[in-house]
Write a protein that binds this ligand. Structure first.
Ligand SMILES: *Cc1c(COP(=O)(O)O)cnc(C)c1O
Length: 424
């Protein structure tokens, strides 16, 4: 399989006349089609709702598109709550799934009427002390410990993860919350990240549905929703088979009918908090080759760096790269594709076979629509790029301007960098 960019070289040549590289480009058409497919895949469940994980792509223009398909916001910090409020997303359209939560964030989430998803048993007391009551609707995050497997494949290691309550704790939590006045309960778990298998959600659903039946029986709590959270992945590599959301939705339905319906829990709503799956494939980082270097290896230096996209440096993550206009040329050259940070891990690709790259070539770094721009940082004083939306009609809209030196220096109150300098 090959990976094809959602933008053509001709389109890019036009875009760069207005917006210099590097920049993030997002594909409106792809975002819409996928959001529609997610909604359709779970349409069998009356209460279904996707809470988009804001941290993945915190851009109001993009979140507004998802909203047209019924999506709410999954927030985990003060500024993510602010962004939601500014967009008019409040109340139960916000899921507040945080951990190690500062008191003022619980206060704010409660003020907005968000559903609070408690990460820990001790947060019950902390929340009650902080906001003065226990909300009527409340959710708890579960961590079964051990290894999370699908048949014999180890998917992830929840026993080593900082999130969620143990089985014992969650039973106790439900009992206490009920005594303190909670009336509607949610159950949440996120056990494996970036899964490229249609089995993840159904397997997780089975764990959570069986637990929900026991919880309802033993504690008498009314379970209103089960939140399968994020974790549906995308095929970063061209040889990976993409997930099929329709099959995933049907897989969850099957378990729902096997476990929840016979227990008289056929009214439970299914929630999701997908980030990567909603946006990942529909964003790319566009950069230009500005240097070539021939030493012990062959290097191409480009105008983007790990400050724009951290995943390769942080996780050794693979991101496919297309040299625009050379899609059909043979991959005869082995390159390290680097940014300009004074950090040797600032490489978008290592030993990657690509067509011969010439200075001035545009490189499209694929699948950066989630956990891409958002993870950016300012090391070496590098500035964050613009974000641009490629609309369905082929036109473009600037949805976040690039940072300027003024932005970078804005937090010094005691040191004047000087108007003239900062404007450069
Ligand atoms: C990061 C996160 C998500 C989204 O994860 P993806 O892998 O992008 O789907 C959802 N919920 C919570 C609580 C998260 O921390």
């Amino acid at each position: 399989m090959t990976k094809k960019p959602f933008v053509t070289k001709e389109q890019l040549e036009k875009i760069v006349k207005e917006y210099p590289t590097p920049f993030y480009l997002y594909d409106e058409k792809g975002i819409r089609e996928n959001a529609k497919a997610v909604r359709a895949a779970f349409s069998w469940n009356k209460g279904f709702k996707e809470y988009f994980a804001v941290k993945a792509t915190p851009n109001p223009f993009l979140i507004n598109i998802l909203r047209e398909y019924g999506c709410g916001c999954d927030c985990s910090s003060y500024t993510e709550l602010m962004l939601s409020e500014a967009m008019g997303i409040t109340g139960h359209d916000i899921m507040f799934s945080s951990n190690a939560t500062p008191a003022e964030e619980f206060v704010y989430a409660d003020k907005l009427g968000a559903i609070i998803n408690l990460d820990d048993f001790t947060h019950i007391e902390f929340l009650e002390k902080t906001i003065g009551h226990i909300p009527k609707t409340i959710s708890c995050r579960y961590n079964p410990g051990g290894l999370f497997k699908i048949s014999t494949d180890i998917m992830d290691n929840p026993g080593d993860a900082k999130y969620g309550m143990t089985t014992e704790q969650i039973f106790e939590a439900y009992k206490i919350l009920k005594e303190k006045g909670a009336e509607e309960f949610g159950l949440h778990a996120f056990l494996a990240s970036n899964t490229v298998t249609n089995e993840y959600y159904p397997t997780l659903a089975k764990v959570l549905f069986e637990l929900a039946v026991k919880l309802q029986k033993e504690t008498g709590a009314h379970i209103k929703f089960i939140n399968l959270s994020g974790g549906i992945g995308i095929p970063y590599r061209p040889d990976q088979e993409p997930n099929d959301i329709r099959i995933i939705g049907e897989g969850v339905r099957k378990v729902y009918e096997e476990v929840l319906v016979p227990a008289g829990m056929g009214d439970v709503a299914i929630y999701t908090e997908l980030g990567r799956f909603m946006m990942g494939p529909y964003g790319c980082l566009v950069t230009k080759a500005v240097h070539e270097k021939h030493t012990y290896k062959e290097y191409i230096g480009c105008d983007a760096c790990a400050a724009n996209l951290m995943r390769p440096a942080m996780y050794g993550a693979y991101h496919h790269i297309t040299v625009m206009g050379k899609e059909n040329e043979p991959c005869t050259h082995k390159y390290d594709i680097t940014g300009s940070l004074c950090e040797n891990n600032d490489k978008f690709a290592v030993d990657r076979m690509l067509p011969k790259i010439d200075i001035g070539d545009f490189l499209v770094i694929h699948d950066t629509g989630a956990h891409g721009f958002a993870m950016g940082y300012n090391y070496n004083g590098r500035l964050k790029s613009a974000e641009i939306l490629l609309k369905e009609d082929g036109s473009t809209q600037l949805i976040r301007r690039a940072e300027t030196p003024q932005d970078y220096f804005a937090t010094f109150d005691c040191f004047d960098i000087g108007e003239k300098l900062a404007k450069r």
